[in-house]
Structures are given as structure tokens and as C-alpha cells.
Ligand binder design. Sequence first.
Ligand code: ASP
Length: 440
Amino acid sequence: MGFHMQILIALLLGIKRNWHIFLGLILGVICGIVFPQTQYPLAHKIFTFIGQAFINIIQMVVIPLVISAIVIGISSVGDNKQLAKFGKKMILFYTIITVAAVSIGALLAVFMRPGEGAKEFINPAIAQELQGLVSTMIADQHSHLAQILLNLIPRNPFYALSLGDMIPIIIFVLVFAIALSKIGEINRPVVSFFESVFAATMKVTDWIMYLAAPGIFALVASSISSFGVEMFQGIWKYLLVVAIGLLIQFVVIYPLMLKIFSKVSVSKLYGAITEAVMVAFGTASSSATLPLTITCCEKRGISSKICSFVLPLGATLNMDGTALVQTIAVIFLTQAYGIELSALVIVQIAFLAIVASSTCAGIPGAGLITIALVLNGIGLTPEQMVVGFSFLFALDRFTDMLRTTANVTSDAVVAAIIADNANEINYELFNNPELQKDII
Ligand code: ASP
């Protein structure tokens, strides 16, 4: 059987196992088209309310989950050398995947030229409306790279916790967990405490998953109903380039990575994480999907030791889908304005997209905000950004849903490779979906 056929079948099996989430997704698309926000504002409000409630409920467990997962992940690795090895591999694989993503994005955007002729679709009225919002955003981003990097170091971890700022939280927890692993037996009470917190948050995640179908339904219906079909007419070429780019990640880059660096079967992995990918699409948030990504990987054979270390870091730092979309978006805008880019500037855009995507939080719309960093980096003026941004704003939710599926899948790909290399996959379980426990 052809390799792409195997992937398709694995996905279909994954969907069959949790057909109700898929049904929610499809019904969401249908209701979103049947009840456009302009004609049915009340229906849109109801969808948005239910969807937001679902996101809030999942996000409720994310911070305790990330903290407890990293603490037990690092303390279960114990040995410093092994930890350093996992850490290095993780950074290496996340970097390869993201570099591949921006290269694909840049090549597609340069050759398919989605921005040509797009200027006439950029709606000056919407631009006017968004002017205030965008100016504040740009002002925020003006605290350029050095400041952004400085902000990642938590001066007060409790303040970062209260803001839900994931990167500073993770940096603090990493240092704290490494210290815990260095102090010997005395660490037991704290590690046991976090083991209980982790087990309890996973239990809550199981309960939350009963709400997945209505939650995904409402989220998808809410975003589709706010688009309006006419909007797609002006932007189809941009969306096509984004979709092709992400598809290449799924059917070429991830399978290649798995093949070169491990013996993990890509179709088995995709089958194992189908629920997480559907939730990523619905929520457009890697952080909100994290509890489910961990559940899927652990229940299907990847050891908790690897999952609890690699997945929380990936959900925050590894955003290959976002980097790909940011690269295409910026080149698209320059094409729309008729600005010719030299090869050097394109490389610069790709590099900035890697930085911008990894500083962006795993929440909906974060990638759109950090695009300002890329634009600033290549010296585009705020006026150009305002009009262009309005265009990207209008369609961001849709591309966000797509790019988040890649962000989440690549986290699982890297976790699977590292687990394979460290003999931390139970292949009997992983390769036999009939033995695997259901998520819901
Ligand atoms: N929504 C994305 C995520 O959570 C981030 C982004 O690209 O906006 O992974």
C-alpha cells in the first residue's frame, strides 16, 4: 500500500475512534456557513460563548499540567548526561523542523506569488477600523528583540504565573526542576507532590474530553460564521499557498524526520494523535491542546518520561506551522505592495520568522501579533503594516486553525523520535491500535 494511503487510513481510523469530535467539527463548519454572523448575530454569540467556555475549561489545567509535567519529567530522567542529551536532541529536531518550514514557506511564496494583484482586495474601510488596534500592537512590538528576549527571564515567577506567561514560567520550572534533581532524596516530598498534581490534572483532562465534541463544534461554527464567504474570494491564493506549505510539512517533512532519525511509523503516530490534531484545529491553541497531546502520546505507548519533558516545551517553543505562515504572510504583503525582495532579505524574513514564532505563545492569534516583529525587522513602515495587517487579521483565525495542527503534530513527532532513540516507546502498544485505550 502506498505510503500516503497508509497515512490517510490511519487518520480515518483515528477519526472513527472519536467520530463524535469529527462530527462536531463538520457540523461546526456547516452551521458556520448556514448562520453567517452578519445575518445571525445571536447564533454567532452563542457559538462564541460555548467555544470560549470550552477553551477556558481546558486552559484551567494547562499551568498545573506544564509545571508538574516538567518537574516529574526532569526528575525521572535524573541523570544529568541523559537530560542534556534529550535537551540537545529536542532543540536540534525542533530547529530542523522549523528551518524546513520557513524554507518551504519562502520557496512557495516566491514561486507562487500569492500577493500579486492582492492589493485591490485590501479593504481600506476595515483598515481604518483596525488602525488603533494595530498601532498599539506595533508600539508593543517596538520593544525590539533584545527587550523581548529580556522579558523571557522571569524576575518574579509568581507574577509570570498570574499572567499565564508560558515561556518565563517554563524557564523558571526548568531551573527549579534541574535543581530538584541535584539535591538527592530530600527532593521526594516535592516530587511526590507534583506527581499527584500531574495525575489529578490528567484525570480532569479525561473529564474535559467529554466536552470536546460540543466545544469543537461551537469553536469551528463561531470562526466560520464570522468569515463570510466573500472574503475567501480575494484571498484564495494566499490560503492555497499556506495549505500547500502545511501539507508538505505533514506528508514530506515529518515522515522524513521519523524515517531518518527513528523507526517510528508515521501512520501509527498520526493515528495515535488524531484527537489532539482535531482539538488543535478547533481551539487554534497548542497550549490548550497540550493536555490532550500528552494523553494521546502516553496512552498509546510513548513513555511519560519523554512526553512530560518534550511536549510542554514543544507546545510553547516549537511553532513550525506558525513560522511557515509568518514567512508566507510577510512575503505576500511585500508582493501586494510591489516591493521586490532580494534573496538576502528573504533569508532575513525566514530567520526572523523562526525567532518570532518561538517567542509566541501557544494561544489563538499569537502568531499574528509576532508578525509585526518580522515586518519591523525588514524595515516596513507602520502605515504599510496597518493596511496589510487588516487583511491578515480578517483571515487569521482560519490560518491559525491550520497552523496549530502542524505545531501540535511536530511536537509529537519530536517526542516520538526522542522516545524511540532512548528505548522509551512501548512498540507493542504503539503499533497495535486495537490494544490502545480510548481517550474518551
Ligand atoms: N495558535 C498557535 C498555537 O497555539 C500560535 C499562533 O500561530 O498563533 O500554536
